[in-house]
Design a protein around this ligand. Structure first.
Ligand code: AMP
Ligand code: AMP
Length: 330
């Protein structure tokens, strides 16, 4: 029955994980890849079909060609980066997830309100220069992979760096010193349960290399990789509670469906074992690529290798069985 449906995504970010998961759950798979990457994606036997494009911005054209197939698109980090929020919203093919969440994710003020109203711990945000307690981090809207962030230590530094944000939207956040831990959740609207499938620690350049030198440089936060991490077990119940609070609030704030499927709370943990949630990603994050074979946390829930990509396909499969596919597509 699943073979009627083709799971599709853009060729980058976490496409291999998503498509392998879909294949393992008996779906057909299709990747839209850049011409220069076609031979790369041909290496993988779990990909049934490849459509080649010169740029991902050609996606709306491809959509027209695919409209007679039963396609389900799985969004990942490249969708907002390359198609923009409007491009995502305009997509006419069936899209796994709730597009209304995009507005609350992209607008940093709305996102901040969502997180705060959920009752989880977040860094302080400052609206007025005179109120700022240093150090702070200035973050532009829609920044991805840690690009476009600036650490600011004092008023003089602040006045210089804020010039870079002229005509741009940004937020000023309290800078938290601790371990960046990214928690990968999955919320099932079918069973109304939340799972933690894995977690990672990001490796960012050059901030994570600063211990190797003695002079002053401005740190940058561009992600170059991810490493696995397990959390102290005594902190795990709180990690679950934070995910549950965010899901519950989304159902009041966004719409009845709220946030579902994969999402990530990006936290920084301080020495007093406090989580500060700095951001939410409402989709599969690249750190899950560490766990294509499953993680210690997924292993506690499933007696088989369960990646986030496979978990998405499993949800689609279950919804088809229960005749509830419409509820999880937008
Ligand atoms: P790419 O497919 O590498 O061009 O990445 C697509 C988007 O996902 C970009 O906005 C990247 O910054 C982001 N991204 C890619 N890899 C990672 C990663 N390991 N962690 C966090 N973000 C990532
Ligand atoms: P994000 O795009 O929000 O996931 O942030 C990318 C990286 O910037 C994080 O992994 C942190 O290293 C750093 N960062 C962002 N916000 C803060 C903050 N409030 N305090 C300290 N570091 C931060």
């Amino acid at each position: 029955m699943n073979k009627q449906y083709t799971i599709t995504t853009l060729g980058s970010h976490s496409a291999l994980q998503i498509l392998k998961g879909a294949h393992d759950e008996s779906f057909k798979t299709l990747v839209v890849a850049l011409k220069k990457h076609v031979s790369f994606y041909q290496r993988f036997s779990f990909i049934d079909e490849i459509i080649s494009v010169n740029a991902f911005s050609e996606f709306p054209e491809i959509e027209k060609k695919l409209k007679d197939k039963k396609i389900i698109v799985i969004p990942h980090g490249s969708f907002v980066a390359y198609l923009g929020m409007e491009g995502n919203k305009k997509m006419t093919l069936s899209y796994f997830g709730n597009k209304k969440v995009l507005d609350f994710e992209f607008d940093r003020v709305k996102q901040g309100e969502w997180l705060k109203k959920s009752g989880i711990n977040t860094p302080k945000e400052f609206k007025n220069i005179n109120d700022v307690e240093f150090p702070v981090i200035i973050k532009s809207y829609g920044a991805a992979g840690g690009k476009g962030y600036f650490l600011v230590n004092n008023q003089k530094d602040f006045i210089n760096k804020i010039k870079l944000f002229r005509n741009k939207k940004f937020v000023i956040q309290q800078y938290i010193i601790g371990v960046p831990l990214y928690i990968h959740y999955f919320y099932s609207p079918l069973t109304k349960t939340l799972e933690i499938l894995s977690m990672d620690r990001r490796y960012e350049t050059n901030v994570d290399a600063l211990g190797r030198i003695l002079f002053n440089v401005d740190p940058s936060y561009v992600v170059v990789g991810n490493s696995p991490l397990v959390l102290r077990e005594s902190m795990l119940p709180e990690a679950y509670e934070m995910g549950e609070k965010v899901v519950k609030k989304s159902q009041e704030l966004i719409n009845r469906q709220g946030l579902f499927g994969p999402f990530c709370l990006e936290t920084i943990i301080t020495p007093d074992q406090k989580f500060y949630v700095i951001e939410i990603s409402a989709r599969i994050v690249a750190g899950t690529n560490l766990f294509i074979e499953g993680s210690p946390y997924a292993d506690l829930l499933y007696n088989e290798p369960m990646s986030t990509g496979r978990r998405i396909a499993r949800e689609i499969k279950n919804s088809i069985k229960e005749n509830r596919l419409k509820e999880i597509l937008d």
